[in-house]
Design a protein around this ligand. Sequence first.
Ligand SMILES: Nc1ncnc2c1ncn2[C@@H]1O[C@H](COP(=O)(O)OP(=O)(O)OP(=O)(O)O)[C@@H](O)[C@H]1O
Length: 239
Amino acid sequence: MALLSLRSVSKSFGALKVTDDVSFDLQPDEALGIIGPNGAGKSTLFNLITGNLRPDAGQILLDGRDVSADSVMARCAAGIGRSFQIPQPFGHLSGYENLLVAARFGGGLAAAEAPEFCMDILRRTGLAGVADSPAGGLPLLSRKRLELARAMATRPRVLLLDEIAGGLTDAECVELVATIRAIHAEGTAIVWIEHVLHALNSVVNRLIVLNFGRLLMMGDVRTVMNAPEVREIYLGAEA
Ligand SMILES: Nc1ncnc2c1ncn2[C@@H]1O[C@H](COP(=O)(O)OP(=O)(O)OP(=O)(O)O)[C@@H](O)[C@H]1O
């Protein structure tokens, strides 16, 4: 059974249909990429999956169960974790404390087990050295890593990553990609919205293209990247 399914999901803001009849399945071992031009409705799709927004029509299923009416917290507890496009740590708390909050309140970890669990995630995401530094003062790569770590601390079965590679140097991207690949290899399904295509395509097996809220195309990376309509959208970009 699919881990996550969207069934004919639609969402409008006033007259603007931002998500238009989108359906897809995500298998538990999958890494899926979502691409599309600015304003195509990619982040909105994440907000619908996490419960930050409610669909006007359609269903979101986790393990075949309709979670469309569940709260953000309930969906997080059920295994949907996400990172935000703009890192949103508690700036005055340290990296470690940020993870502790995510692990206790998002991941439901008991007080006794949370510290070791958080230290492990800090090590795996390359943040052990800055664990005690206030999150607000960290450089961009560390803030991106912390965004990933906070999502990991909620113990997701599916991890939604929103443009986590944006703004990083090539070398930083390579480091982040290695971390994301390791997280996927350890059994977490990934859905990754990304404009940095070389980073995205080195992790995902399948791509969805959104355009004006509609699912324009879905398929393996090579097929999608070579499709004329996709090349047209990305003309002048990285295609
Ligand atoms: N809360 C909202 N109220 C009204 N309009 C919104 C709201 N959220 C998003 N939109 C609009 O919906 C459209 C899709 O936005 P969304 O952020 O989902 O696009 P995106 O594909 O993630 O873009 P980007 O690649 O630039 O992040 C945009 O036109 C945006 O202005």
